[in-house]
Design a protein around this ligand. Sequence first.
Ligand code: SF4
Ligand code: SF4
Length: 516
Amino acid sequence: MTFVLQTGETVTRETFWLVGPVGKALFYFLAALAIVVFLYGVYERFARYTRGTEDAFARLDDLPGRIVSAAKTVGSNENQFNRDLYGGLMHAFVMWGFLTLLIGTTILGIDMDGYRLVTGLLGEEQSFFVGDFYLSYSLVMDAMGFLFVVGLGMAIYRRYVVRNERLWGKHTSLEDGLFVWTLFLLATGGYLVEGVRILATGFPEFETVSFVGWFVALLMREVGVSADLATALYPAAWWSHSLLALGFVAWIPYAKPFHMLSSFANVVTRDEKAGKRLPGVPADAGPDEIGFTGIEDMSWRQLLDQDACTKCGRCSSVCPAKASGRPLDPRDVILDLKRYRESVNAGGERKEIVADGGTSVIDARTMESCMSCMACMDACPVDIEHVPQFTEMNRRLTESGEMDENVQETMMDIFGQGNSFGNPERKRPDWTDELDFAVPDARDEAVEYLWYVGDYPSYDERNQRVARSLATIFEHAGVDYGILYEDEQNDGNDVRRVGEEGLYEMLAEDNVDAFE
Ligand code: SF4
Ligand code: SF4
Protein backbone atom coordinates (compact mmCIF):
# COMPACT_ATOMS: atom_id res chain seq x y z
CA MET A 1 0.00 0.00 0.00
CA THR A 2 1.43 3.37 -0.97
CA PHE A 3 0.35 6.53 0.79
CA VAL A 4 0.49 9.90 -0.90
CA LEU A 5 2.69 11.81 1.49
CA GLN A 6 2.32 15.52 1.93
CA THR A 7 4.98 16.25 4.53
CA GLY A 8 7.88 14.08 3.55
CA GLU A 9 7.22 11.35 6.14
CA THR A 10 4.47 8.81 6.68
CA VAL A 11 2.10 10.97 8.62
CA THR A 12 -0.86 8.68 9.16
CA ARG A 13 -1.98 5.71 11.16
CA GLU A 14 -2.91 2.23 10.12
CA THR A 15 -6.64 1.83 10.53
CA PHE A 16 -6.80 -1.88 11.29
CA TRP A 17 -3.47 -2.00 13.06
CA LEU A 18 -2.89 -5.42 14.71
CA VAL A 19 -6.41 -6.52 13.82
CA GLY A 20 -5.42 -8.87 11.02
CA PRO A 21 -7.38 -9.96 7.94
CA VAL A 22 -9.74 -12.27 9.86
CA GLY A 23 -10.44 -9.58 12.43
CA LYS A 24 -11.01 -7.09 9.66
CA ALA A 25 -13.49 -9.38 7.92
CA LEU A 26 -15.24 -10.00 11.24
CA PHE A 27 -15.43 -6.26 11.87
CA TYR A 28 -17.03 -5.64 8.48
CA PHE A 29 -19.51 -8.43 9.08
CA LEU A 30 -20.50 -7.02 12.47
CA ALA A 31 -20.67 -3.50 11.07
CA ALA A 32 -23.01 -4.66 8.31
CA LEU A 33 -25.12 -6.49 10.90
CA ALA A 34 -25.32 -3.40 13.12
CA ILE A 35 -26.38 -1.26 10.17
CA VAL A 36 -29.06 -3.77 9.15
CA VAL A 37 -30.45 -3.89 12.70
CA PHE A 38 -30.35 -0.09 12.83
CA LEU A 39 -32.11 0.33 9.50
CA TYR A 40 -34.75 -2.23 10.39
CA GLY A 41 -35.46 -0.46 13.67
CA VAL A 42 -35.77 2.90 11.95
CA TYR A 43 -38.02 1.37 9.31
CA GLU A 44 -40.22 -0.17 12.02
CA ARG A 45 -40.60 3.15 13.79
CA PHE A 46 -41.50 5.08 10.69
CA ALA A 47 -43.81 2.31 9.48
CA ARG A 48 -45.71 2.76 12.75
CA TYR A 49 -46.10 6.48 12.10
CA THR A 50 -47.62 5.75 8.72
CA ARG A 51 -50.33 3.78 10.54
CA GLY A 52 -51.33 6.96 12.41
CA THR A 53 -54.19 9.06 11.08
CA GLU A 54 -53.67 12.02 8.80
CA ASP A 55 -52.68 15.10 10.77
CA ALA A 56 -55.11 18.01 10.77
CA PHE A 57 -52.46 20.47 9.62
CA ALA A 58 -49.87 20.50 6.85
CA ARG A 59 -46.61 19.20 8.24
CA LEU A 60 -44.58 18.44 5.16
CA ASP A 61 -45.23 21.51 3.03
CA ASP A 62 -42.07 23.36 1.99
CA LEU A 63 -40.01 20.44 3.24
CA PRO A 64 -36.60 21.89 2.24
CA GLY A 65 -37.45 25.12 4.09
CA ARG A 66 -38.63 23.15 7.11
CA ILE A 67 -35.42 21.10 7.16
CA VAL A 68 -33.23 24.20 6.97
CA SER A 69 -35.21 25.88 9.73
CA ALA A 70 -35.08 22.75 11.92
CA ALA A 71 -31.34 22.39 11.27
CA LYS A 72 -30.85 25.96 12.52
CA THR A 73 -32.94 25.34 15.62
CA VAL A 74 -31.31 22.03 16.43
CA GLY A 75 -27.79 23.04 15.37
CA SER A 76 -27.79 26.18 17.50
CA ASN A 77 -29.32 24.35 20.47
CA GLU A 78 -31.39 27.47 21.03
CA ASN A 79 -34.19 25.52 22.66
CA GLN A 80 -31.79 23.81 25.03
CA PHE A 81 -30.25 27.16 26.00
CA ASN A 82 -33.70 28.57 26.75
CA ARG A 83 -33.64 29.39 30.48
CA ASP A 84 -30.93 26.76 31.03
CA LEU A 85 -27.37 27.79 30.16
CA TYR A 86 -25.89 24.66 31.73
CA GLY A 87 -28.27 22.40 29.83
CA GLY A 88 -27.62 24.29 26.60
CA LEU A 89 -23.84 24.00 26.87
CA MET A 90 -24.07 20.37 27.88
CA HIS A 91 -26.31 19.46 24.96
CA ALA A 92 -24.30 21.53 22.46
CA PHE A 93 -21.04 19.84 23.52
CA VAL A 94 -22.55 16.37 23.36
CA MET A 95 -24.39 16.92 20.10
CA TRP A 96 -21.57 18.60 18.21
CA GLY A 97 -18.97 16.27 19.67
CA PHE A 98 -21.01 13.26 18.63
CA LEU A 99 -21.72 14.63 15.16
CA THR A 100 -18.05 15.45 14.58
CA LEU A 101 -16.95 11.97 15.60
CA LEU A 102 -19.67 10.48 13.40
CA ILE A 103 -18.62 12.59 10.42
CA GLY A 104 -14.94 11.82 11.10
CA THR A 105 -15.61 8.09 11.19
CA THR A 106 -17.59 8.36 7.98
CA ILE A 107 -14.70 10.21 6.30
CA LEU A 108 -12.35 7.46 7.39
CA GLY A 109 -14.77 4.89 5.98
CA ILE A 110 -14.89 6.76 2.67
CA ASP A 111 -11.10 6.72 2.51
CA MET A 112 -10.76 3.04 3.39
CA ASP A 113 -13.65 1.58 1.48
CA GLY A 114 -14.04 4.09 -1.30
CA TYR A 115 -11.00 6.13 -2.25
CA ARG A 116 -8.42 3.42 -1.61
CA LEU A 117 -10.50 0.83 -3.44
CA VAL A 118 -11.09 3.01 -6.47
CA THR A 119 -7.48 4.18 -6.73
CA GLY A 120 -6.35 0.59 -6.27
CA LEU A 121 -8.55 -0.54 -9.13
CA LEU A 122 -7.23 2.28 -11.28
CA GLY A 123 -3.62 1.33 -10.69
CA GLU A 124 -1.97 2.43 -7.47
CA GLU A 125 -3.86 2.42 -4.17
CA GLN A 126 -3.79 5.79 -2.50
CA SER A 127 -5.18 7.32 0.67
CA PHE A 128 -6.09 10.88 1.55
CA PHE A 129 -5.86 9.98 5.24
CA VAL A 130 -2.24 11.17 5.36
CA GLY A 131 -0.12 14.26 5.85
CA ASP A 132 -1.81 17.58 6.49
CA PHE A 133 -5.25 16.07 6.11
CA TYR A 134 -4.46 13.47 8.74
CA LEU A 135 -3.05 16.11 11.09
CA SER A 136 -6.06 18.43 10.76
CA TYR A 137 -8.43 15.50 11.05
CA SER A 138 -6.74 14.24 14.21
CA LEU A 139 -6.70 17.70 15.79
CA VAL A 140 -10.38 18.36 15.10
CA MET A 141 -11.43 14.88 16.22
CA ASP A 142 -9.48 15.16 19.45
CA ALA A 143 -10.74 18.66 20.22
CA MET A 144 -14.39 17.91 19.50
CA GLY A 145 -14.12 14.54 21.19
CA PHE A 146 -12.86 16.40 24.24
CA LEU A 147 -15.96 18.63 24.20
CA PHE A 148 -18.03 15.47 23.85
CA VAL A 149 -16.48 14.05 27.02
CA VAL A 150 -16.96 17.36 28.85
CA GLY A 151 -20.63 17.50 27.80
CA LEU A 152 -21.20 13.94 28.91
CA GLY A 153 -19.42 14.63 32.17
CA MET A 154 -21.79 17.56 32.70
CA ALA A 155 -24.76 15.32 31.96
CA ILE A 156 -23.56 12.67 34.39
CA TYR A 157 -22.84 15.29 37.05
CA ARG A 158 -26.29 16.80 36.68
CA ARG A 159 -28.09 13.47 36.67
CA TYR A 160 -26.18 11.56 39.33
CA VAL A 161 -24.42 14.12 41.54
CA VAL A 162 -26.77 17.10 41.59
CA ARG A 163 -29.69 14.75 40.91
CA ASN A 164 -31.59 17.52 39.14
CA GLU A 165 -35.12 16.54 40.00
CA ARG A 166 -36.59 17.27 36.61
CA LEU A 167 -34.46 14.47 35.15
CA TRP A 168 -36.01 11.92 37.46
CA GLY A 169 -39.60 10.86 37.19
CA LYS A 170 -42.06 8.07 36.79
CA HIS A 171 -40.65 7.12 33.40
CA THR A 172 -36.96 7.26 34.29
CA SER A 173 -35.56 3.87 33.38
CA LEU A 174 -32.44 1.91 32.61
CA GLU A 175 -32.25 3.33 29.09
CA ASP A 176 -31.58 6.84 30.44
CA GLY A 177 -28.49 5.77 32.34
CA LEU A 178 -27.40 3.35 29.65
CA PHE A 179 -27.57 6.07 27.01
CA VAL A 180 -25.36 8.56 28.77
CA TRP A 181 -22.89 5.98 30.11
CA THR A 182 -22.56 4.25 26.74
CA LEU A 183 -21.71 7.55 25.09
CA PHE A 184 -19.27 8.33 27.87
CA LEU A 185 -17.56 4.96 27.50
CA LEU A 186 -17.44 5.39 23.75
CA ALA A 187 -15.82 8.80 24.03
CA THR A 188 -13.30 7.89 26.70
CA GLY A 189 -12.69 4.48 25.10
CA GLY A 190 -11.73 6.21 21.86
CA TYR A 191 -9.04 8.17 23.69
CA LEU A 192 -7.84 5.04 25.43
CA VAL A 193 -7.41 3.25 22.10
CA GLU A 194 -5.60 6.28 20.74
CA GLY A 195 -3.35 6.55 23.79
CA VAL A 196 -2.46 2.85 23.69
CA ARG A 197 -1.60 3.14 20.01
CA ILE A 198 0.57 6.25 20.50
CA LEU A 199 2.42 4.56 23.35
CA ALA A 200 2.80 1.30 21.43
CA THR A 201 4.13 3.07 18.33
CA GLY A 202 6.74 4.99 20.32
CA PHE A 203 5.18 8.46 20.45
CA PRO A 204 5.48 9.52 16.77
CA GLU A 205 6.09 13.27 16.98
CA PHE A 206 3.30 14.24 14.60
CA GLU A 207 0.78 12.55 16.91
CA THR A 208 1.01 15.48 19.32
CA VAL A 209 -1.93 16.91 17.36
CA SER A 210 -3.98 14.14 18.98
CA PHE A 211 -3.37 15.98 22.21
CA VAL A 212 -5.82 14.08 24.38
CA GLY A 213 -4.64 10.68 23.13
CA TRP A 214 -1.06 11.87 23.61
CA PHE A 215 -1.84 12.87 27.18
CA VAL A 216 -3.44 9.47 27.83
CA ALA A 217 -0.33 7.77 26.41
CA LEU A 218 1.91 9.82 28.70
CA LEU A 219 -0.26 8.92 31.67
CA MET A 220 -0.06 5.24 30.84
CA ARG A 221 3.70 5.43 30.50
CA GLU A 222 3.85 7.19 33.86
CA VAL A 223 1.97 4.37 35.54
CA GLY A 224 4.36 1.84 34.07
CA VAL A 225 2.73 0.64 30.86
CA SER A 226 5.51 -0.24 28.45
CA ALA A 227 5.35 -0.04 24.65
CA ASP A 228 5.31 -3.84 24.50
CA LEU A 229 2.45 -4.09 26.94
CA ALA A 230 0.56 -1.39 25.03
CA THR A 231 1.08 -3.36 21.82
CA ALA A 232 -0.30 -6.46 23.51
CA LEU A 233 -3.27 -4.54 24.91
CA TYR A 234 -4.13 -2.73 21.71
CA PRO A 235 -6.29 -5.40 20.00
CA ALA A 236 -8.40 -5.84 23.15
CA ALA A 237 -8.84 -2.08 23.51
CA TRP A 238 -9.68 -1.69 19.82
CA TRP A 239 -12.19 -4.53 19.80
CA SER A 240 -13.99 -3.43 22.94
CA HIS A 241 -14.31 0.09 21.58
CA SER A 242 -15.48 -1.15 18.18
CA LEU A 243 -18.00 -3.62 19.60
CA LEU A 244 -19.44 -0.97 21.89
CA ALA A 245 -19.74 1.45 18.96
CA LEU A 246 -21.43 -1.13 16.73
CA GLY A 247 -23.74 -2.21 19.55
CA PHE A 248 -24.71 1.41 20.08
CA VAL A 249 -25.50 1.89 16.39
CA ALA A 250 -27.74 -1.19 16.44
CA TRP A 251 -29.45 -0.03 19.65
CA ILE A 252 -30.30 3.51 18.46
CA PRO A 253 -33.82 2.90 17.07
CA TYR A 254 -34.93 0.78 20.01
CA ALA A 255 -34.50 3.15 22.92
CA LYS A 256 -33.72 6.70 24.00
CA PRO A 257 -30.94 7.30 21.44
CA PHE A 258 -33.68 7.29 18.80
CA HIS A 259 -34.49 10.82 19.89
CA MET A 260 -31.46 11.85 17.82
CA LEU A 261 -33.63 11.13 14.79
CA SER A 262 -37.19 11.49 16.08
CA SER A 263 -36.60 14.83 17.77
CA PHE A 264 -35.16 16.30 14.60
CA ALA A 265 -38.09 14.92 12.60
CA ASN A 266 -40.42 16.42 15.19
CA VAL A 267 -38.86 19.86 14.82
CA VAL A 268 -39.03 19.57 11.02
CA THR A 269 -42.75 18.79 11.15
CA ARG A 270 -43.69 21.32 13.85
CA ASP A 271 -46.75 23.49 13.51
CA GLU A 272 -45.77 27.09 14.22
CA LYS A 273 -49.31 27.75 15.45
CA ALA A 274 -49.64 24.56 17.48
CA GLY A 275 -51.93 25.00 20.44
CA LYS A 276 -53.03 28.42 19.26
CA ARG A 277 -55.09 26.66 16.67
CA LEU A 278 -56.71 23.31 17.27
CA PRO A 279 -57.99 20.72 14.84
CA GLY A 280 -61.75 20.77 14.41
CA VAL A 281 -64.06 17.81 14.86
CA PRO A 282 -65.30 16.30 11.58
CA ALA A 283 -68.93 17.27 11.01
CA ASP A 284 -69.96 13.64 10.51
CA ALA A 285 -68.19 12.30 13.61
CA GLY A 286 -70.47 10.42 15.99
CA PRO A 287 -70.15 10.85 19.78
CA ASP A 288 -68.07 7.66 19.98
CA GLU A 289 -65.61 8.98 17.44
CA ILE A 290 -64.78 12.31 19.03
CA GLY A 291 -61.45 12.70 20.85
CA PHE A 292 -58.97 9.92 21.56
CA THR A 293 -60.93 6.70 21.82
CA GLY A 294 -57.90 4.53 21.08
CA ILE A 295 -54.38 4.74 19.70
CA GLU A 296 -55.86 4.49 16.22
CA ASP A 297 -57.16 8.04 16.66
CA MET A 298 -53.69 9.49 17.06
CA SER A 299 -52.21 11.21 14.06
CA TRP A 300 -48.79 10.20 12.76
CA ARG A 301 -47.40 13.44 14.13
CA GLN A 302 -48.80 12.71 17.58
CA LEU A 303 -47.12 9.30 17.51
CA LEU A 304 -43.89 10.98 16.51
CA ASP A 305 -44.36 13.49 19.34
CA GLN A 306 -44.38 10.65 21.83
CA ASP A 307 -41.21 9.10 20.42
CA ALA A 308 -39.42 12.44 20.32
CA CYS A 309 -39.70 12.99 24.07
CA THR A 310 -36.28 12.94 25.70
CA LYS A 311 -37.71 12.90 29.25
CA CYS A 312 -35.88 16.17 29.96
CA GLY A 313 -38.69 17.32 32.22
CA ARG A 314 -38.62 20.94 31.08
CA CYS A 315 -42.37 20.85 30.39
CA SER A 316 -43.14 19.51 33.85
CA SER A 317 -40.92 22.06 35.53
CA VAL A 318 -42.91 24.98 34.10
CA CYS A 319 -46.41 23.52 34.37
CA PRO A 320 -48.51 25.69 36.71
CA ALA A 321 -50.94 22.85 37.33
CA LYS A 322 -48.13 20.60 38.55
CA ALA A 323 -46.60 23.43 40.57
CA SER A 324 -49.90 23.97 42.35
CA GLY A 325 -50.20 20.31 43.27
CA ARG A 326 -52.72 19.24 40.65
CA PRO A 327 -52.36 15.65 39.42
CA LEU A 328 -50.86 16.65 36.08
CA ASP A 329 -47.37 16.15 34.75
CA PRO A 330 -47.22 16.89 31.01
CA ARG A 331 -44.16 14.70 30.48
CA ASP A 332 -45.87 11.76 32.14
CA VAL A 333 -48.97 12.19 30.01
CA ILE A 334 -46.94 12.06 26.79
CA LEU A 335 -44.92 9.10 28.03
CA ASP A 336 -47.96 7.27 29.46
CA LEU A 337 -49.53 7.46 26.02
CA LYS A 338 -46.33 6.20 24.45
CA ARG A 339 -46.02 3.31 26.88
CA TYR A 340 -49.63 2.32 26.33
CA ARG A 341 -49.23 2.48 22.57
CA GLU A 342 -46.13 0.31 22.71
CA SER A 343 -47.86 -2.19 24.95
CA VAL A 344 -50.84 -2.42 22.58
CA ASN A 345 -48.48 -2.80 19.63
CA ALA A 346 -46.86 -5.66 21.49
CA GLY A 347 -50.24 -7.35 21.96
CA GLY A 348 -51.02 -5.93 25.41
CA GLU A 349 -54.46 -5.32 26.87
CA ARG A 350 -56.49 -2.39 25.57
CA LYS A 351 -58.17 0.15 27.80
CA GLU A 352 -59.74 3.56 27.57
CA ILE A 353 -57.32 6.37 26.85
CA VAL A 354 -58.98 8.78 29.25
CA ALA A 355 -61.76 8.24 31.77
CA ASP A 356 -62.76 8.70 35.36
CA GLY A 357 -62.05 5.97 37.88
CA GLY A 358 -58.35 5.20 37.51
CA THR A 359 -58.59 2.36 35.00
CA SER A 360 -57.71 4.35 31.91
CA VAL A 361 -54.31 5.32 30.53
CA ILE A 362 -54.83 8.93 31.61
CA ASP A 363 -57.14 9.83 34.45
CA ALA A 364 -59.90 12.38 33.96
CA ARG A 365 -58.58 14.46 36.90
CA THR A 366 -55.25 14.78 35.13
CA MET A 367 -56.76 16.24 32.00
CA GLU A 368 -59.13 18.47 33.92
CA SER A 369 -56.11 20.02 35.61
CA CYS A 370 -54.66 21.38 32.38
CA MET A 371 -55.15 25.11 31.93
CA SER A 372 -54.08 25.08 28.28
CA CYS A 373 -51.51 27.75 29.09
CA MET A 374 -49.04 26.14 26.67
CA ALA A 375 -46.07 26.76 28.98
CA CYS A 376 -45.13 23.11 28.47
CA MET A 377 -45.02 23.56 24.71
CA ASP A 378 -42.95 26.73 24.99
CA ALA A 379 -40.44 24.91 27.17
CA CYS A 380 -40.20 21.73 25.13
CA PRO A 381 -36.91 21.71 23.21
CA VAL A 382 -38.18 19.26 20.60
CA ASP A 383 -41.49 20.94 19.78
CA ILE A 384 -43.78 18.35 21.28
CA GLU A 385 -47.34 19.60 21.00
CA HIS A 386 -48.99 18.69 24.27
CA VAL A 387 -52.10 20.87 24.16
CA PRO A 388 -53.68 19.50 20.96
CA GLN A 389 -53.36 15.97 22.37
CA PHE A 390 -54.76 17.07 25.72
CA THR A 391 -57.68 18.73 23.97
CA GLU A 392 -58.48 15.47 22.19
CA MET A 393 -58.64 13.76 25.57
CA ASN A 394 -60.84 16.50 26.99
CA ARG A 395 -63.15 16.09 24.02
CA ARG A 396 -63.42 12.40 24.84
CA LEU A 397 -64.27 13.19 28.45
CA THR A 398 -66.94 15.62 27.31
CA GLU A 399 -68.46 13.14 24.91
CA SER A 400 -68.50 10.40 27.51
CA GLY A 401 -70.18 12.72 30.03
CA GLU A 402 -67.24 12.67 32.43
CA MET A 403 -66.65 16.37 32.64
CA ASP A 404 -66.03 17.90 36.07
CA GLU A 405 -69.32 19.09 37.63
CA ASN A 406 -68.20 22.69 38.12
CA VAL A 407 -67.02 22.90 34.55
CA GLN A 408 -70.28 21.35 33.39
CA GLU A 409 -72.23 24.03 35.26
CA THR A 410 -70.17 26.76 33.66
CA MET A 411 -70.75 25.22 30.24
CA MET A 412 -74.49 25.27 30.94
CA ASP A 413 -74.27 28.95 31.91
CA ILE A 414 -72.44 29.76 28.72
CA PHE A 415 -74.90 27.75 26.68
CA GLY A 416 -77.91 29.41 28.31
CA GLN A 417 -76.70 32.96 28.90
CA GLY A 418 -73.71 33.34 26.58
CA ASN A 419 -71.36 34.08 29.48
CA SER A 420 -69.46 32.10 32.08
CA PHE A 421 -70.98 34.04 35.01
CA GLY A 422 -74.48 32.76 34.35
CA ASN A 423 -75.75 36.34 34.36
CA PRO A 424 -78.51 37.43 32.00
CA GLU A 425 -77.37 38.39 28.51
CA ARG A 426 -79.14 41.73 28.77
CA LYS A 427 -76.81 42.72 31.63
CA ARG A 428 -73.67 42.39 29.50
CA PRO A 429 -73.45 46.12 28.71
CA ASP A 430 -74.36 47.23 32.28
CA TRP A 431 -70.75 48.16 32.95
CA THR A 432 -71.24 51.17 30.65
CA ASP A 433 -74.03 52.63 32.81
CA GLU A 434 -71.67 54.54 35.08
CA LEU A 435 -69.91 56.28 32.21
CA ASP A 436 -70.85 59.89 31.49
CA PHE A 437 -70.73 59.25 27.76
CA ALA A 438 -72.37 56.63 25.56
CA VAL A 439 -70.18 53.82 24.28
CA PRO A 440 -70.80 53.59 20.51
CA ASP A 441 -72.98 50.66 19.46
CA ALA A 442 -71.19 48.88 16.62
CA ARG A 443 -74.45 47.26 15.61
CA ASP A 444 -75.95 50.60 14.67
CA GLU A 445 -73.04 52.55 13.31
CA ALA A 446 -69.92 51.81 11.29
CA VAL A 447 -66.79 51.91 13.47
CA GLU A 448 -63.12 51.58 12.69
CA TYR A 449 -62.38 49.29 15.64
CA LEU A 450 -64.69 46.70 17.11
CA TRP A 451 -63.94 46.22 20.80
CA TYR A 452 -64.68 42.65 21.87
CA VAL A 453 -65.05 43.27 25.60
CA GLY A 454 -65.26 39.69 26.93
CA ASP A 455 -66.99 38.10 29.92
CA TYR A 456 -64.82 39.33 32.77
CA PRO A 457 -64.75 43.04 31.87
CA SER A 458 -68.48 42.83 31.22
CA TYR A 459 -69.62 41.06 34.39
CA ASP A 460 -66.89 41.04 37.02
CA GLU A 461 -67.06 44.15 39.19
CA ARG A 462 -63.33 44.71 39.45
CA ASN A 463 -62.79 44.16 35.75
CA GLN A 464 -65.69 46.42 34.91
CA ARG A 465 -63.65 49.31 36.32
CA VAL A 466 -60.86 48.39 33.92
CA ALA A 467 -63.33 48.32 31.02
CA ARG A 468 -64.65 51.75 31.97
CA SER A 469 -61.12 53.15 32.19
CA LEU A 470 -60.29 51.80 28.76
CA ALA A 471 -63.50 53.21 27.30
CA THR A 472 -62.63 56.60 28.81
CA ILE A 473 -59.17 56.47 27.23
CA PHE A 474 -60.72 55.60 23.86
CA GLU A 475 -63.17 58.43 24.24
CA HIS A 476 -60.51 61.03 25.08
CA ALA A 477 -58.16 59.74 22.40
CA GLY A 478 -60.89 60.06 19.79
CA VAL A 479 -60.73 56.38 18.84
CA ASP A 480 -63.45 55.35 16.41
CA TYR A 481 -64.65 52.21 18.21
CA GLY A 482 -67.78 50.40 19.24
CA ILE A 483 -69.01 47.35 21.15
CA LEU A 484 -71.68 44.75 20.44
CA TYR A 485 -73.70 45.20 23.63
CA GLU A 486 -76.03 42.22 24.30
CA ASP A 487 -75.05 40.55 21.03
CA GLU A 488 -71.56 39.77 22.27
CA GLN A 489 -71.11 36.17 23.47
CA ASN A 490 -68.43 34.30 25.37
CA ASP A 491 -65.42 33.93 23.05
CA GLY A 492 -65.49 30.13 23.32
CA ASN A 493 -61.74 29.75 23.81
CA ASP A 494 -61.92 28.05 27.20
CA VAL A 495 -65.00 26.16 26.09
CA ARG A 496 -62.99 24.65 23.31
CA ARG A 497 -60.01 23.92 25.54
CA VAL A 498 -62.12 21.85 27.91
CA GLY A 499 -63.35 19.80 24.97
CA GLU A 500 -66.81 21.26 24.33
CA GLU A 501 -66.32 21.57 20.60
CA GLY A 502 -70.05 21.75 19.80
CA LEU A 503 -70.65 24.67 22.16
CA TYR A 504 -67.51 26.36 20.89
CA GLU A 505 -68.76 26.13 17.32
CA MET A 506 -72.10 27.60 18.35
CA LEU A 507 -70.45 30.54 20.11
CA ALA A 508 -68.07 31.11 17.23
CA GLU A 509 -70.97 31.22 14.80
CA ASP A 510 -72.95 33.61 17.01
CA ASN A 511 -69.99 35.91 17.44
CA VAL A 512 -69.17 35.87 13.75
CA ASP A 513 -72.81 36.70 12.96
CA ALA A 514 -72.66 39.58 15.41
CA PHE A 515 -69.39 40.83 13.91
CA GLU A 516 -70.93 40.79 10.48
S1 SF4 B 1 -50.84 23.57 29.02
FE1 SF4 B 1 -51.53 22.26 30.68
S2 SF4 B 1 -49.91 20.75 30.89
FE2 SF4 B 1 -49.07 22.42 29.70
S3 SF4 B 1 -48.08 23.74 31.20
FE3 SF4 B 1 -50.14 24.53 30.93
S4 SF4 B 1 -51.34 23.53 32.51
FE4 SF4 B 1 -49.43 22.38 32.33
S1 SF4 C 1 -42.31 16.65 26.38
FE1 SF4 C 1 -40.59 17.91 25.71
S2 SF4 C 1 -40.08 19.13 27.52
FE2 SF4 C 1 -41.36 17.46 28.21
S3 SF4 C 1 -39.94 15.88 28.85
FE3 SF4 C 1 -40.48 15.44 26.73
S4 SF4 C 1 -38.89 16.47 25.52
FE4 SF4 C 1 -38.77 17.32 27.58
